[in-house]
Design a protein around this ligand. Structure first.
Ligand code: SAM
Ligand code: SF4
Length: 335
């Protein structure tokens, strides 16, 4: 089919360049973290979830429109059968500078090397506690030893950087900021603290469990001579360096620091909905464009380009609101 030329860069109406996508390849997970999912979470029927071939087609379309960085996430991306096929399919795409993955670490023991070989450069591993019993409580089912073996395998595989993601909750693990940083230092890893966001209804009150990064930073500065860093990984995190170590400590603070003005990303759910903001409902359903035009990427690309006109200016998180900011869980949108 002959179509007009399309731009090779995505820019929204506020002049923000979108060159980063986060693609959830499954809403399923082998953990049930208390802040992320309800205990009786209902997963999508399998036929609603994009096939891995459709995921690969999407990534290729976005890369042709100027996307340089792709994060594969979920749910737990590495529990999806044949996920490695996708990593191999897109890992060495021309124009894609960075393929990264966010994982809970449970499958890394067996998959870290293959991911590295497929072209994954950096990896984020979620770790909220160093205490096995607490880890089990927070994840409802997780086995800390297995995740630790996964972290060791990731180190062994030789990724450029490994970053731990930690979410602190009052009454559960808020006293682990220093031990978690000490662990990151000992292992030569980065670590970022993520503030809990009101995404979906969970069994606890988010306002009372909320731990601000402001407080965590204060606590850490009393222990470490943290040095402010101008380095960024292109994301919303602010970084500090632990002197005389390789470790950077990041803070992702949607409440206390609004990072929307530099937003460079969109998220795609495992059923192909493109969310233009984590904290707003604006979305474009890409699945019909993949399925109704199996051999023509033009309608898909046009929809992506047009979506830039509806990307919201920013999120509007408010912990005091009775209703969550958005009804969908992080595992649905893709973390
Ligand atoms: N399963 C993988 C993992 O846990 O890393 C990838 C998906 S998970 C949704 C990605 C990140 O989202 C995790 O680091 C998790 O801590 C974070 N997350 C989940 N629910 C959250 C919430 N309500 N607020 C803030 N972060 C959340
Ligand atoms: Fe699973 Fe990650 Fe959500 Fe935990 S945070 S339930 S590991 S998707």
């Amino acid at each position: 089919m002959n179509h007009g030329a399309l731009p090779n860069v995505l820019v929204d109406r506020f002049g923000r360049k979108v060159d980063y996508i986060r693609l959830s390849i499954t809403d399923r997970c082998d953990f049930r973290c208390v802040y992320c999912m309800s205990e009786d979470v209902q997963f999508l029927p399998r036929d609603e979830v994009l096939s891995l071939e459709e995921c690969a087609r999407l990534v290729k379309a976005f890369v042709s429109l100027g996307v340089k960085k792709v994060r594969i996430t979920g749910g737990e991306p590495l529990v999806r059968k044949d996920a490695l096929w996708l990593f191999n399919e897109i890992g060495h795409l021309q124009g894609l500078n960075e393929l990264v993955v966010t994982t809970n670490g449970s499958q890394l023991e067996h998959q870290a090397q293959a991911l590295k070989k497929a072209g994954v450069r950096r990896i984020n591993i979620s770790l909220d506690s160093l205490d096995a019993a607490r880890f089990h409580q927070i994840t409802r089912v997780g086995d800390l030893d297995k995740v630790m073996r996964g972290i060791a395998a990731a180190k062994q595989a030789g990724f450029e950087r490994i970053k731990l993601n930690a979410l602190l909750m009052r009454g559960r693990n808020e006293d682990e900021a220093i031990p978690l940083v000490a662990f990151a230092v000992e292992q030569g890893l980065d670590i970022a603290f993520i503030e809990e966001m009101p995404l979906g209804v969970v069994s606890h009150d988010r306002e009372s469990s909320y731990v601000s990064n402001h407080g965590t930073l204060k606590l850490l500065r009393a222990r470490y001579d943290l040095i402010g860093s101008i380095e960024t990984t292109g994301g919303p995190a602010r970084y500090w360096r632990v002197p005389n170590t390789d470790t950077r400590v990041g803070f992702i603070s949607p409440h206390s620091h609004n990072f929307c003005e530099s937003c460079n990303r969109v998220r795609i759910s495992s059923k192909g909905e493109m969310y233009l903001c984590l904290g707003q409902e604006n979305k474009v359903d890409l699945a019909p464009l993949l399925r109704n035009f199996p051999n023509d990427n033009q309608p898909l690309k046009e929809a992506i380009i047009n979506s830039m006109q509806v990307k919201p200016k920013g999120h509007d998180f408010n912990l005091k609101r009775v209703e969550p900011a958005v009804i969908r869980f992080m595992s649905h949108t893709g973390g």
